[in-house]
Design a protein around this ligand. Structure first.
Ligand code: ATP
Length: 197
């Protein structure tokens, strides 16, 4: 079973493409969602608490992701500490999930697959690309994100040149949903061919 990574910048359409492939029966794991789930895991919460102190908890005692993000933003040492806590736990869960799947290939979606070094765990990497202006418009109109937040996330991610360098398959998502669906169908065929080859 091949492990296919799926990445792209904010608002590029990763989750939309992943949803289309899931609709064709492909098992999909969203590592961003897995990371968010892990904040509720007792062992992970304890490690975060030990490293960053009680300031990262909200009034209910849960990990406040926004606060954690603020603390680590623009602080390379804190970001490294956070990654050292999160990444091994994410990889462990990823392995457990992969072991449970039965398919020609599984899709592992992550916004920072390249930045985290995760691409090296994959047999192939799919990159979704879209113009920044289109991505900004989509996330602002359809997800209600403000422009400043979009720019802040954009600045933390690698650029499309780095993504192109690592991509085995590129999906351009500057047109509409129908065009993306056609790309998804074509990509699925290519990935199945890769599995057979
Ligand atoms: P993030 O990294 O922020 O999670 P993402 O790469 O997963 O983003 P999506 O959530 O799939 O991106 O897409 C961003 C927004 O753009 C969504 O609201 C989605 O419905 C919309 N979108 C994606 N592709 C298209 C398209 N081809 N035409 C119109 N809207 C689209």
């Amino acid at each position: 079973m091949k492990h296919i990574g799926l990445t792209g910048g904010i608002g590029s359409g990763k989750s939309t493409l992943a949803g289309m492939l899931a609709g064709m029966g492909v098992p999909v794991l969203d590592l961003d969602a897995l990371g968010r789930e892990l904040h509720h895991d007792a062992d992970c919460r304890a490690a975060l608490l030990a490293a960053f102190g009680p300031g990262i908890l909200d009034a209910s005692g849960a990990v406040d992701r926004a606060e954690l993000g603020r603390m680590c933003f623009a602080d390379a040492e804190k970001t490294a500490t956070l990654n050292n806590i999160m990444h091994p736990r994410i990889w462990q869960r990823e392995r457990l999930w992969i072991d449970q799947q039965q398919a020609a290939y599984v899709l592992i979606e992550a916004s920072v697959l390249i930045e985290s070094g995760g691409a090296s765990r994959m047999d192939a990497v799919v990159v979704v690309l879209a113009d920044i202006a289109i991505r900004r418009l989509r996330v602002m109109q359809q997800r209600g994100l403000d422009a400043a937040r979009f720019e802040a996330i954009l600045a933390r991610q690698c650029n499309d040149a780095a993504r192109r360098d690592i991509a085995d398959f590129i999906v351009e998502n500057n047109a509409g949903m129908e065009e993306l669906q056609a790309c998804a169908t074509n990509l699925h065929k290519q990935l199945l061919a890769l599995c057979l080859g």
